[in-house]
Design a protein around this ligand. Structure first.
Ligand code: 6PG
Length: 513
């Protein structure tokens, strides 16, 4: 092939990298691809000959060495790296940095920690190189047919990347906010609003992707709690629970995660014929982005408890052997009373199930409120000027947390771009006002029936704490002043004045040594 003809380079041909390369080629771009092991590049090219891109004009070019890839690219060069976050990413960037020229742009599409992205962007900028740290959400399917893309870096870097990122992103109907489905190999969808937008400088894109994942953890945990409630307290079979989720997916809860949950619950195990969910071991894995979100919420002093609870729920699930042992020793309520508790509080199984749906929606709103509060704090801390309406907009399609209600979040920030908390938007205020009764009863019923609901209960505690003008932190401050002279402020004095009481410590008995 003549040199310098490819539109974009892509390094790292694991599934996400392969699918992203195919998606880019489907949109008429010539993609120069490289993988550390040549055999994988060759197999990929063989499996996807030029004809597979039909009339799009796009295609793939194999590059055995990094230098070949650099030489194959038009300038300014755009090189997307899809390798493991951490040392592997640094190694590829270091290799490229010695080969490319000022004005060229490296794009990291992995799940990098945003502080690494800040560091890399700065180091590359010193060499005149551009760097975009881009969140890429939607899993394998999203990468292939339309992910949600969250790019961060210099605006000039985004301008170089923008034609490709806008073309390959998921598309939503601008009126309804619903994803436009139907992309096939060689036949991308036409029209619609792209789920890709400039997020902000340096690490902003990867930060927002991290919070997306934190919210994803909370969404998944809440769905699991709703599932356990309707099965254990509602007495539904897995398939009946699947029907409930399918029905919820036709209403306000309409979302990708609810949709796949309905599918999963209706699935039977091909080996035993049992409900598939019943044969999956209840020990959750995690790769760390939920943990990063929670650690950062603690660092920033932002209440992100529901997201953190979702991470801890995975941790306690992973203690499978210990839980099995504890189950033999520890007492809970008599579960034969579950249906009595349910019927006392709800009258019928159907109204209980519908209340669980309302509780799920309320809790979900609270976890998004936490995620957006966290992003607001980071935006201020790093000077990113994040646009929350735009973030909600690009999460409406392509990503794992895509949901109908993101349109409501987008509208909330359109009404008030400086909204302090989603809960204060009239739409969300009204939803929770309407559904808080069922939500509280579900939490009460679950607690009485001994069902763990860390995300449901933490979301309710968040809601009740946030709406309380006075919290018992007055007592807590007094305790701190009592034992450590940590001082307190007074309700009848300005906030910038501190006081200490000379506490009348009672005589304590002396311990003889
Ligand atoms: C996405 C997902 C993706 C990945 C998670 C899974 O947006 O496409 O979030 O990034 O599936 O990282 O994370 P855990 O393995 O930690 O559940």
């Amino acid at each position: 092939m003549p040199e310098a003809m490819a539109d974009v380079g892509l390094i790292g041909l694991a599934v996400m990298g392969q699918n992203l390369a195919l998606n880019i080629a489907d949109h008429g771009f010539l993609v120069a691809v490289h993988n550390r092991t040549k055999a994988r590049t060759d197999a990929f090219i063989q499996a996807n000959p030029a004809e597979s891109f039909g009339a799009t004009g796009g295609g793939l070019v194999a590059c055995d060495e990094l230098g070949d890839l650099v030489r194959a690219l038009k300038r300014p060069r755009r090189i997307v790296i899809m390798v493991q976050a951490g040392a592997a990413t640094d190694a590829v960037i270091d290799g490229l940095a010695g080969l490319i020229e000022p004005g060229d742009c490296i794009v990291d599409g992995g799940n990098a920690h945003w502080e690494d992205t800040i560091r890399r962007e700065k180091a590359l900028a010193e060499k005149g190189l551009l760097f975009v740290g881009s969140g890429v959400s939607g899993g394998e399917e999203g990468a292939r047919f339309g992910p949600s893309l969250m790019p961060g870096g210099k605006r000039e870097a985004w301008e170089i990347l923008e034609p490709i990122w806008t073309a390959i992103a998921a598309k939503v109907d601008p009126e309804t906010g619903k994803p436009i489905e139907g992309a096939r190999p060689g036949k991308p969808v036409a029209g619609g609003e792209a789920c890709a937008a400039y997020i902000g400088p340096d690490g902003a894109g990867h930060y927002v992707k991290m919070v997306h994942n934190g919210i994803e953890y909370a969404d998944m945990q809440m769905i699991c709690e709703a599932y356990q409630l309707v099965r254990e307290m509602g007495g539904l079979t897995a398939e009946e629970a699947g029907e409930v989720f399918a029905a919820w997916n036709r209403g306000e809860l309409d979302s990708f995660l609810i949709e796949i949950t309905a599918d999963i619950l209706k699935q039977r195990d091909p080996v035993t014929g049992q409900p598939f969910v019943d044969i999956v071991l209840d020990a959750a894995g995690q790769k760390g982005t939920g943990k990063w979100t929670s650690i950062n919420a603690l660092d920033m002093g932002v209440p992100g408890a529901t997201i953190a609870e979702a991470v801890f729920a995975r941790c306690i699930s992973a203690l499978k052997d210990e839980r099995v042992l504890a189950n033999e020793i520890l007492y809970g309520p008599d579960t034969s009373n579950s249906s009595t508790i349910r019927d006392d509080l709800f009258g019928s199984r159907d109204s209980f199930v519908s209340a669980v749906g309302e509780a799920l929606y309320c809790a979900k709103i609270c976890s998004y409120a936490q995620g957006f509060q966290l992003m607001a704090a980071a935006s201020e801390h790093y000077g990113w000027s994040l646009d929350f309406g735009s973030i909600a907009m690009i999460w409406r399609g392509g990503c794992i947390i895509r949901a109908r209600f993101l349109q409501k979040i987008k509208e909330a920030y359109e009404r008030d771009s400086g909204l302090r908390n989603l809960l204060l938007d009239p739409y969300f205020t009204e939803v929770i006002a309407r559904s808080q009764g069922p939500w509280r009863r579900v939490v009460a019923a679950g607690a009485m029936g001994g069902i763990p609901m860390p995300a449901f209960t933490s979301a309710l505690a968040y809601y009740d704490s946030y709406r309380h003008a006075v919290l018992p932190a007055n007592l807590l401050q007094a305790q701190r002043d009592y034992f450590g002279a940590h001082t307190y402020q007074r309700v009848d004095e300005p906030r910038n004045k501190s006081f200490h009481l000379d506490w009348p410590h009672p005589e304590r008995p002396q311990i003889e040594m």
